[in-house]
Design a protein around this ligand. Structure first.
Ligand code: CTP
Ligand code: MG
Length: 391
Protein backbone atom coordinates (compact mmCIF):
# COMPACT_ATOMS: atom_id res chain seq x y z
CA UNK A 1 0.00 0.00 0.00
CA UNK A 2 1.20 3.52 -0.83
CA UNK A 3 2.57 5.38 2.20
CA UNK A 4 2.30 2.38 4.41
CA UNK A 5 5.82 2.07 5.81
CA UNK A 6 7.22 3.50 9.03
CA UNK A 7 10.92 4.34 9.15
CA UNK A 8 13.14 5.55 12.01
CA UNK A 9 15.98 8.07 11.92
CA UNK A 10 18.66 7.58 14.59
CA UNK A 11 20.66 10.77 15.00
CA UNK A 12 24.28 10.10 15.86
CA UNK A 13 26.08 13.00 14.21
CA UNK A 14 26.56 15.36 17.17
CA UNK A 15 29.81 16.43 18.78
CA UNK A 16 28.76 15.94 22.41
CA UNK A 17 30.28 19.28 23.37
CA UNK A 18 28.54 19.39 26.76
CA UNK A 19 30.35 16.16 27.72
CA UNK A 20 33.64 18.06 28.01
CA UNK A 21 36.89 16.35 27.01
CA UNK A 22 36.32 12.86 25.63
CA UNK A 23 38.27 11.14 22.89
CA UNK A 24 35.15 10.04 21.03
CA UNK A 25 31.63 11.50 20.72
CA UNK A 26 29.24 9.98 23.30
CA UNK A 27 27.12 8.13 20.72
CA UNK A 28 30.14 6.00 19.76
CA UNK A 29 31.14 5.08 23.31
CA UNK A 30 30.86 1.36 24.06
CA UNK A 31 28.17 0.17 26.44
CA UNK A 32 27.63 -3.56 27.06
CA UNK A 33 29.80 -4.38 24.08
CA UNK A 34 28.08 -2.11 21.56
CA UNK A 35 28.22 1.55 20.56
CA UNK A 36 25.63 3.63 22.40
CA UNK A 37 23.60 4.31 19.24
CA UNK A 38 23.11 0.58 18.64
CA UNK A 39 20.89 0.20 21.73
CA UNK A 40 18.23 2.50 20.25
CA UNK A 41 18.46 0.60 16.95
CA UNK A 42 17.64 -2.66 18.76
CA UNK A 43 14.60 -1.06 20.42
CA UNK A 44 13.22 -0.05 16.98
CA UNK A 45 14.05 -3.48 15.55
CA UNK A 46 11.82 -5.07 18.23
CA UNK A 47 8.79 -3.20 16.79
CA UNK A 48 7.38 -5.09 13.82
CA UNK A 49 5.84 -1.99 12.22
CA UNK A 50 9.25 -0.31 11.75
CA UNK A 51 10.59 -1.33 8.35
CA UNK A 52 13.87 0.55 7.95
CA UNK A 53 16.43 2.55 9.93
CA UNK A 54 18.55 5.50 8.88
CA UNK A 55 21.66 6.15 10.95
CA UNK A 56 23.08 9.65 10.71
CA UNK A 57 26.83 9.88 11.35
CA UNK A 58 29.38 12.70 11.14
CA UNK A 59 31.21 12.65 7.81
CA UNK A 60 34.51 11.64 9.42
CA UNK A 61 32.89 8.64 11.17
CA UNK A 62 30.63 7.35 8.43
CA UNK A 63 33.00 4.80 6.93
CA UNK A 64 34.06 3.28 10.26
CA UNK A 65 30.52 3.11 11.62
CA UNK A 66 29.10 1.69 8.39
CA UNK A 67 31.65 -1.11 8.69
CA UNK A 68 30.75 -1.60 12.34
CA UNK A 69 27.05 -1.82 11.44
CA UNK A 70 27.82 -4.52 8.88
CA UNK A 71 29.25 -6.66 11.70
CA UNK A 72 26.19 -6.02 13.89
CA UNK A 73 23.36 -6.09 11.36
CA UNK A 74 22.44 -9.77 11.70
CA UNK A 75 21.06 -8.98 15.19
CA UNK A 76 18.89 -6.23 13.71
CA UNK A 77 16.86 -8.11 11.12
CA UNK A 78 16.03 -4.79 9.45
CA UNK A 79 17.51 -3.02 6.42
CA UNK A 80 19.32 0.22 7.16
CA UNK A 81 20.94 3.20 5.45
CA UNK A 82 23.57 5.64 6.60
CA UNK A 83 23.32 9.41 6.05
CA UNK A 84 25.89 12.15 6.61
CA UNK A 85 25.19 14.59 9.44
CA UNK A 86 25.01 18.36 9.16
CA UNK A 87 26.33 21.10 11.39
CA UNK A 88 23.11 21.49 13.43
CA UNK A 89 20.87 18.66 14.65
CA UNK A 90 18.13 19.79 12.28
CA UNK A 91 20.58 19.69 9.34
CA UNK A 92 21.27 16.06 10.20
CA UNK A 93 17.53 15.31 10.21
CA UNK A 94 17.11 17.13 6.87
CA UNK A 95 19.87 14.98 5.30
CA UNK A 96 18.16 11.81 6.50
CA UNK A 97 14.72 12.93 5.27
CA UNK A 98 16.16 13.31 1.75
CA UNK A 99 16.78 9.53 1.70
CA UNK A 100 13.22 8.57 2.58
CA UNK A 101 10.94 7.67 -0.36
CA UNK A 102 7.19 8.35 -0.52
CA UNK A 103 6.38 4.69 0.22
CA UNK A 104 7.11 5.67 3.79
CA UNK A 105 4.15 7.33 5.50
CA UNK A 106 5.46 7.91 9.04
CA UNK A 107 8.89 8.54 10.46
CA UNK A 108 10.37 8.44 13.96
CA UNK A 109 13.19 10.84 14.77
CA UNK A 110 15.33 9.74 17.72
CA UNK A 111 18.49 10.98 19.44
CA UNK A 112 21.08 8.23 19.77
CA UNK A 113 22.06 9.95 23.02
CA UNK A 114 18.98 8.29 24.61
CA UNK A 115 20.18 4.66 24.78
CA UNK A 116 17.59 3.50 27.34
CA UNK A 117 14.76 3.66 24.81
CA UNK A 118 12.35 0.71 25.14
CA UNK A 119 9.96 -0.74 22.51
CA UNK A 120 7.00 0.11 24.78
CA UNK A 121 7.42 3.86 24.17
CA UNK A 122 7.81 3.35 20.40
CA UNK A 123 4.64 1.24 20.31
CA UNK A 124 2.63 3.76 22.36
CA UNK A 125 3.68 6.60 20.02
CA UNK A 126 2.72 4.55 17.00
CA UNK A 127 -0.70 3.76 18.45
CA UNK A 128 -1.31 7.43 19.26
CA UNK A 129 -0.66 8.92 15.81
CA UNK A 130 -3.73 9.48 13.68
CA UNK A 131 -5.24 12.44 11.80
CA UNK A 132 -5.81 15.28 12.52
CA UNK A 133 -2.49 15.10 14.41
CA UNK A 134 0.67 15.76 12.39
CA UNK A 135 2.85 14.08 15.01
CA UNK A 136 3.06 12.64 18.52
CA UNK A 137 5.82 13.19 21.06
CA UNK A 138 6.59 11.80 24.54
CA UNK A 139 6.33 14.33 27.38
CA UNK A 140 6.91 14.34 31.12
CA UNK A 141 5.54 16.78 33.70
CA UNK A 142 8.00 19.46 34.84
CA UNK A 143 8.80 19.27 38.55
CA UNK A 144 11.13 22.30 38.87
CA UNK A 145 9.84 25.85 38.58
CA UNK A 146 11.03 27.11 35.19
CA UNK A 147 11.90 30.77 34.68
CA UNK A 148 12.98 32.86 31.74
CA UNK A 149 16.02 35.11 32.17
CA UNK A 150 18.09 37.62 30.28
CA UNK A 151 21.68 38.48 31.20
CA UNK A 152 21.29 36.98 34.66
CA UNK A 153 17.98 38.71 35.49
CA UNK A 154 14.68 36.80 35.66
CA UNK A 155 12.23 38.03 33.07
CA UNK A 156 9.26 35.76 33.77
CA UNK A 157 7.82 32.62 35.38
CA UNK A 158 5.65 30.56 33.03
CA UNK A 159 2.74 28.68 34.62
CA UNK A 160 4.28 25.28 35.46
CA UNK A 161 1.00 23.41 35.01
CA UNK A 162 1.17 24.28 31.30
CA UNK A 163 4.77 23.07 30.86
CA UNK A 164 6.06 19.63 29.84
CA UNK A 165 9.58 18.33 29.17
CA UNK A 166 9.75 16.43 25.89
CA UNK A 167 11.84 13.48 24.74
CA UNK A 168 12.66 11.57 21.59
CA UNK A 169 11.62 9.53 19.67
CA UNK A 170 9.11 11.88 18.06
CA UNK A 171 6.80 10.42 15.43
CA UNK A 172 5.43 12.36 12.43
CA UNK A 173 3.67 11.89 9.13
CA UNK A 174 6.48 12.05 6.58
CA UNK A 175 4.99 14.48 4.04
CA UNK A 176 4.20 17.36 6.47
CA UNK A 177 7.54 16.80 8.24
CA UNK A 178 9.43 17.10 4.95
CA UNK A 179 7.47 20.27 4.15
CA UNK A 180 8.15 21.72 7.62
CA UNK A 181 11.83 21.07 7.03
CA UNK A 182 11.86 23.60 4.19
CA UNK A 183 12.24 26.14 7.01
CA UNK A 184 15.69 26.64 8.49
CA UNK A 185 14.62 28.55 11.63
CA UNK A 186 16.84 27.21 14.45
CA UNK A 187 15.00 24.70 16.65
CA UNK A 188 15.99 22.09 19.23
CA UNK A 189 13.43 19.45 18.30
CA UNK A 190 11.48 18.38 15.22
CA UNK A 191 8.05 19.04 16.72
CA UNK A 192 8.93 22.78 16.87
CA UNK A 193 9.18 22.97 13.06
CA UNK A 194 5.85 21.15 12.73
CA UNK A 195 4.22 23.48 15.29
CA UNK A 196 5.58 26.51 13.39
CA UNK A 197 4.02 25.11 10.21
CA UNK A 198 0.64 24.96 11.96
CA UNK A 199 0.37 21.21 12.62
CA UNK A 200 -1.24 19.75 15.73
CA UNK A 201 1.23 17.74 17.78
CA UNK A 202 -0.12 15.31 20.37
CA UNK A 203 1.64 14.20 23.54
CA UNK A 204 1.73 10.85 25.32
CA UNK A 205 3.38 10.07 28.68
CA UNK A 206 7.15 9.84 28.22
CA UNK A 207 9.37 7.27 29.92
CA UNK A 208 11.33 8.69 32.92
CA UNK A 209 14.08 6.10 32.23
CA UNK A 210 14.50 7.34 28.65
CA UNK A 211 17.19 9.76 29.78
CA UNK A 212 19.54 11.67 27.45
CA UNK A 213 23.26 11.35 28.08
CA UNK A 214 24.29 15.01 27.97
CA UNK A 215 26.97 15.72 30.59
CA UNK A 216 29.94 13.60 31.66
CA UNK A 217 28.27 12.67 34.94
CA UNK A 218 25.34 11.16 32.97
CA UNK A 219 27.68 8.35 31.90
CA UNK A 220 27.26 6.94 35.43
CA UNK A 221 23.69 6.05 34.47
CA UNK A 222 25.09 3.50 32.06
CA UNK A 223 26.40 1.51 35.03
CA UNK A 224 23.20 1.44 37.02
CA UNK A 225 21.82 -1.89 35.83
CA UNK A 226 19.25 -0.40 33.54
CA UNK A 227 18.82 -3.79 31.90
CA UNK A 228 17.95 -6.18 34.71
CA UNK A 229 15.70 -8.89 33.45
CA UNK A 230 14.05 -11.82 35.17
CA UNK A 231 14.59 -15.20 33.50
CA UNK A 232 13.04 -18.67 33.77
CA UNK A 233 14.67 -21.71 32.19
CA UNK A 234 13.22 -25.17 31.80
CA UNK A 235 15.11 -28.46 31.44
CA UNK A 236 14.12 -32.10 30.98
CA UNK A 237 16.10 -35.36 30.86
CA UNK A 238 15.42 -39.08 30.66
CA UNK A 239 17.61 -42.16 31.16
CA UNK A 240 16.90 -45.76 30.53
CA UNK A 241 17.35 -48.43 33.21
CA UNK A 242 19.37 -51.54 32.54
CA UNK A 243 22.89 -50.31 31.99
CA UNK A 244 25.75 -50.85 34.35
CA UNK A 245 26.26 -47.28 35.56
CA UNK A 246 25.08 -46.60 39.11
CA UNK A 247 22.04 -44.33 39.42
CA UNK A 248 23.19 -40.80 40.29
CA UNK A 249 20.74 -38.02 41.06
CA UNK A 250 21.97 -34.49 41.72
CA UNK A 251 25.48 -35.85 42.28
CA UNK A 252 24.26 -38.36 44.91
CA UNK A 253 24.70 -42.08 44.19
CA UNK A 254 21.44 -43.88 44.94
CA UNK A 255 21.97 -47.44 46.19
CA UNK A 256 19.52 -49.54 44.19
CA UNK A 257 19.25 -52.35 41.67
CA UNK A 258 18.65 -50.00 38.70
CA UNK A 259 21.74 -49.15 36.72
CA UNK A 260 21.37 -46.85 33.73
CA UNK A 261 22.52 -46.54 30.14
CA UNK A 262 24.31 -43.27 29.53
CA UNK A 263 27.10 -41.59 27.62
CA UNK A 264 28.27 -39.55 30.62
CA UNK A 265 27.45 -40.39 34.24
CA UNK A 266 23.75 -40.14 33.31
CA UNK A 267 22.76 -37.82 36.16
CA UNK A 268 19.31 -36.74 34.90
CA UNK A 269 18.93 -34.10 37.64
CA UNK A 270 22.15 -32.31 36.70
CA UNK A 271 21.42 -32.68 32.98
CA UNK A 272 17.95 -31.15 33.33
CA UNK A 273 19.41 -28.47 35.61
CA UNK A 274 22.14 -27.53 33.09
CA UNK A 275 19.57 -27.29 30.29
CA UNK A 276 17.42 -25.05 32.48
CA UNK A 277 20.39 -22.75 33.19
CA UNK A 278 21.24 -22.65 29.47
CA UNK A 279 17.59 -21.80 28.86
CA UNK A 280 17.93 -18.78 31.14
CA UNK A 281 20.92 -17.45 29.20
CA UNK A 282 19.57 -18.53 25.78
CA UNK A 283 22.59 -20.64 24.89
CA UNK A 284 20.98 -23.76 23.47
CA UNK A 285 21.35 -27.04 25.33
CA UNK A 286 23.95 -29.43 26.73
CA UNK A 287 23.85 -31.53 23.56
CA UNK A 288 25.12 -28.51 21.64
CA UNK A 289 27.72 -27.61 24.25
CA UNK A 290 29.01 -31.11 25.05
CA UNK A 291 28.30 -33.26 21.93
CA UNK A 292 28.27 -37.04 22.37
CA UNK A 293 30.56 -37.26 19.32
CA UNK A 294 33.30 -35.59 21.37
CA UNK A 295 35.26 -38.23 23.30
CA UNK A 296 36.24 -35.73 25.99
CA UNK A 297 32.71 -36.04 27.36
CA UNK A 298 32.54 -39.84 27.50
CA UNK A 299 32.22 -40.96 31.14
CA UNK A 300 32.60 -37.40 32.34
CA UNK A 301 31.05 -36.42 35.67
CA UNK A 302 28.03 -34.14 35.20
CA UNK A 303 29.33 -32.03 38.10
CA UNK A 304 32.32 -31.08 35.92
CA UNK A 305 30.02 -30.11 33.02
CA UNK A 306 27.94 -28.08 35.48
CA UNK A 307 31.03 -26.05 36.44
CA UNK A 308 31.36 -25.07 32.75
CA UNK A 309 27.68 -24.15 32.47
CA UNK A 310 27.93 -22.05 35.64
CA UNK A 311 30.93 -20.23 34.25
CA UNK A 312 28.89 -19.41 31.10
CA UNK A 313 26.09 -18.15 33.38
CA UNK A 314 28.58 -15.89 35.14
CA UNK A 315 29.99 -14.59 31.83
CA UNK A 316 26.43 -13.73 30.85
CA UNK A 317 25.86 -11.99 34.19
CA UNK A 318 23.09 -14.39 35.12
CA UNK A 319 22.52 -15.10 38.76
CA UNK A 320 20.49 -18.14 39.79
CA UNK A 321 17.94 -17.34 42.48
CA UNK A 322 15.78 -20.45 42.69
CA UNK A 323 15.85 -24.07 41.52
CA UNK A 324 12.95 -26.53 41.50
CA UNK A 325 13.56 -30.17 40.44
CA UNK A 326 10.93 -32.87 39.95
CA UNK A 327 12.17 -36.45 39.68
CA UNK A 328 9.71 -38.92 38.17
CA UNK A 329 10.32 -42.59 39.03
CA UNK A 330 8.18 -45.57 39.92
CA UNK A 331 11.24 -47.16 41.51
CA UNK A 332 13.42 -46.63 43.47
CA UNK A 333 11.72 -44.55 46.16
CA UNK A 334 13.35 -41.11 46.02
CA UNK A 335 11.94 -39.64 49.25
CA UNK A 336 14.69 -41.02 51.55
CA UNK A 337 17.35 -39.28 49.39
CA UNK A 338 15.49 -36.07 48.66
CA UNK A 339 17.17 -33.91 51.26
CA UNK A 340 20.65 -35.15 50.45
CA UNK A 341 20.05 -34.40 46.74
CA UNK A 342 18.72 -30.94 47.58
CA UNK A 343 21.76 -30.08 49.72
CA UNK A 344 24.20 -31.44 47.15
CA UNK A 345 22.60 -29.52 44.27
CA UNK A 346 22.71 -26.35 46.40
CA UNK A 347 26.40 -27.00 47.13
CA UNK A 348 27.21 -27.54 43.44
CA UNK A 349 25.44 -24.27 42.59
CA UNK A 350 26.91 -22.33 45.57
CA UNK A 351 23.35 -21.57 46.65
CA UNK A 352 21.61 -21.56 50.00
CA UNK A 353 19.72 -24.93 50.23
CA UNK A 354 16.65 -22.86 51.18
CA UNK A 355 16.29 -21.79 47.51
CA UNK A 356 16.62 -25.32 46.09
CA UNK A 357 13.68 -27.71 46.04
CA UNK A 358 13.57 -31.37 45.04
CA UNK A 359 10.26 -33.13 44.46
CA UNK A 360 9.64 -36.73 43.56
CA UNK A 361 6.60 -38.38 42.05
CA UNK A 362 5.51 -41.54 40.30
CA UNK A 363 3.32 -41.70 37.23
CA UNK A 364 0.94 -44.17 38.86
CA UNK A 365 2.31 -47.14 36.97
CA UNK A 366 1.75 -45.45 33.59
CA UNK A 367 4.23 -44.88 30.78
CA UNK A 368 7.91 -45.85 30.75
CA UNK A 369 8.54 -44.73 34.31
CA UNK A 370 5.48 -46.72 35.41
CA UNK A 371 6.88 -49.85 33.70
CA UNK A 372 10.21 -49.14 35.51
CA UNK A 373 12.03 -48.83 32.18
CA UNK A 374 13.64 -45.55 33.08
CA UNK A 375 13.63 -42.35 35.09
CA UNK A 376 13.13 -38.65 34.23
CA UNK A 377 13.64 -35.24 35.76
CA UNK A 378 12.17 -31.78 35.13
CA UNK A 379 14.10 -28.68 36.23
CA UNK A 380 12.99 -25.08 36.53
CA UNK A 381 15.62 -22.41 37.18
CA UNK A 382 14.80 -18.75 37.86
CA UNK A 383 17.15 -15.82 38.26
CA UNK A 384 18.20 -12.34 37.28
CA UNK A 385 20.23 -11.28 34.29
CA UNK A 386 21.97 -7.95 34.69
CA UNK A 387 23.73 -5.50 32.38
CA UNK A 388 23.52 -7.63 29.28
CA UNK A 389 22.58 -6.50 25.84
CA UNK A 390 18.82 -6.70 25.14
CA UNK A 391 19.06 -9.55 22.69
N1 CTP B 1 22.98 15.35 16.51
C1 CTP B 1 23.15 15.13 15.16
N2 CTP B 1 23.69 16.10 14.37
C2 CTP B 1 24.07 17.28 14.89
C3 CTP B 1 23.90 17.53 16.25
C4 CTP B 1 23.35 16.54 17.04
O1 CTP B 1 22.82 14.03 14.68
N3 CTP B 1 24.63 18.18 14.09
C5 CTP B 1 22.43 14.27 17.35
C6 CTP B 1 23.34 13.89 18.49
O2 CTP B 1 24.26 12.87 18.08
C7 CTP B 1 22.36 13.44 19.56
C8 CTP B 1 21.16 14.32 19.34
O3 CTP B 1 21.24 14.73 17.96
O4 CTP B 1 22.02 12.08 19.42
C9 CTP B 1 21.09 15.60 20.15
O5 CTP B 1 21.44 15.40 21.50
P1 CTP B 1 22.56 16.31 22.17
O6 CTP B 1 22.63 15.91 23.59
O7 CTP B 1 22.36 17.75 21.88
O8 CTP B 1 23.87 15.78 21.42
P2 CTP B 1 25.10 16.60 20.90
O9 CTP B 1 24.63 17.66 19.98
O10 CTP B 1 26.08 15.61 20.34
O11 CTP B 1 25.68 17.20 22.26
P3 CTP B 1 26.01 18.73 22.58
O12 CTP B 1 24.75 19.50 22.28
O13 CTP B 1 26.39 18.70 24.00
O14 CTP B 1 27.15 19.10 21.68
MG1 MG C 1 23.30 19.28 20.72
Amino acid sequence: MYNSETWAIILAAGKGQRMGDHTIPKQFMEWEGYPLYWHSALAFARCAFVSRLIFVFPEEWIEAQTNRLKTLQSDLGLPWLAATGGSRRQDSVANALKLIPAICGKVFVHDAARPFLKPDLIIRLHEALSAPLGGVIPALPVTDTIKTQSEGIITGTPDRSKLVAVQTPQLFYLKPLKDAYSSSVPVTDDASLMENAGHKIGIIPGDPDNIKITYSKDLEMLHKNHCRSFRNGFGYDVHKYGGDRPLKLGGVTIPCEYGIYAHSDGDICLHALMDAILGCICLGDIGKLFPESDERFTNISSAILLVEVLSLARENKFQIQHVDLTIVAQKPRIAPFRDEIRKNVARLLSLDPAVVNVKATTEEGLGFTGRVEGIKCYALVSGMQTETARR
